[in-house]
Design a protein around this ligand. Structure first.
Ligand code: ACO
Length: 323
């Protein structure tokens, strides 16, 4: 059996940090309100030139270096983003060009905050079907560009950044047969569109638009959807919460993360949290969190890692992989 194994990981964050105290000068808010409701203390905000493709390229280069590979070794790039540099070409194709790569294929996946889960699932399917051997999977976002900076209910929540992993096909007959992506589960339901969307687009307003969210409505659905898709992953693999070494959830809100972990019976010490210093970076949040925990030695080779995300659409999904 062919498995998609993580060979490298990398991340890149914009230089500028915006603390909650800096937000107090933009909208009527307070550090106390933001920390209490979300757990967010600061976020990185992209400056001029720090586009989604730039952030993605930097994360990709770091992931390739850790994998001891060059762009020549890659045959597919998948970039999860809802904040592309342009409507087209795809940001993945921009990144491909920035890497000096002119072979293989590159395309974007758009599933908002669940984008990285959808991209890993797509990459895993290409690898398992034999259509690709080495896939660069990137989550890259500049959500600061689609925020309404006069709306305090949304602008305090998001940040910018990018993370990437390299997945490589490994034949399960080898000694590391149980490593790699073990299962993936995707869901979506467009009936929830109005609860979280961007009020612009090429075929409606001809503008980019701004993010709009009914925060309470999103909150109400989040935990149930997350648990549903993790239970599907457990049922498919026979894995239970006791087996999980690291829970790396999408980093939207500390209260959603804590409530999900509690319901699943996963101890706090096994939960990777970056929302406090990254904010919600949408499709970039999981690879950024993965990179942080792998770089500082928490996630080690052979660890069982549970990923999940829920976001606009709604979309939601889970991945279980052995690092
Ligand atoms: N600073 C100060 N006060 C604020 C702020 C702010 N930034 N934002 C809202 N308020 C006020 C509101 O105006 C309201 O005041 P009122 O009572 O006088 O009307 C009060 O705070 C409470 O507002 P609520 O929206 O009811 O606050 P709630 O407790 O629901 O918290 C929050 C809001 C944090 C957005 C919460 O609903 C939430 O976390 N929802 C999930 C959102 C989320 O995680 N989205 C991302 C998931 S999907 C994805 O990642 C794309």
């Amino acid at each position: 059996m062919i498995r998609s194994v993580v060979r490298g990981f990398g991340a890149h964050l914009p230089e500028r940090i915006m603390k909650n105290s800096d937000m107090e000068g933009v909208v009527e808010t307070s550090d106390e309100w933001i920390v209490q409701r979300t757990g967010i203390r600061q976020r990185h905000i992209a400056g001029e030139g720090e586009t989604t493709a730039f952030l993605g390229e930097m994360a990709a280069r770091a992931a390739l270096e850790r994998a001891a590979m060059t762009p020549a070794d890659i045959d597919l790039i998948i970039c999860a983003t809802s904040t592309p540099d342009n409507t087209f070409p795809a940001t993945a194709v921009n990144i491909q060009n920035r890497l000096g790569m002119h072979h293989g294929a590159a395309f974007d996946v758009q599933a908002v905050c669940s984008g990285f889960i959808f991209a890993v699932t797509t990459a895993d399917s290409y690898i398992k079907s034999g259509l690709a051997r080495r896939v660069l999977v990137i989550g890259a976002e500049t959500f600061s560009r689609i925020l309404d900076w006069s709306d305090r209910t949304t602008c305090v929540l998001f940040g910018d950044g990018a993370g990437a992993i390299v997945l490589e096909a490994e034949n399960g007959e080898g000694t590391t047969a149980d490593r790699g992506v073990l299962t993936t589960h995707l869901r979506s339901d467009g009936a929830h569109r109005e609860k979280l969307y961007v009020d612009g687009g090429p075929s409606t307003t001809g503008t980019v638009g701004h993010l709009r969210m009914q925060g309470r409505e999103v909150f109400k659905h989040a935990v149930g959807m997350i648990i549903d898709v993790i239970e599907a992953a457990y049922a498919a693999t026979g894995v239970s919460s006791d087996d999980i070494d690291w829970f790396v959830p999408h980093q939207a809100n500390r209260r959603i993360i804590d409530a999900s972990a509690r319901k699943l019976g996963i101890d706090d010490s096994k939960v990777v949290v970056t929302v406090d210093h990254h904010g919600n970076t949408s499709a970039a949040s999981i690879p950024l969190a993965l990179c942080e925990a792998a770089a500082d030695g928490r996630i080690k080779k052979g660890d069982l890692v549970l990923l999940e995300a829920m976001g606009g659409g709604f979309t939601w999904g889970s991945v279980i992989l052995r690092w």
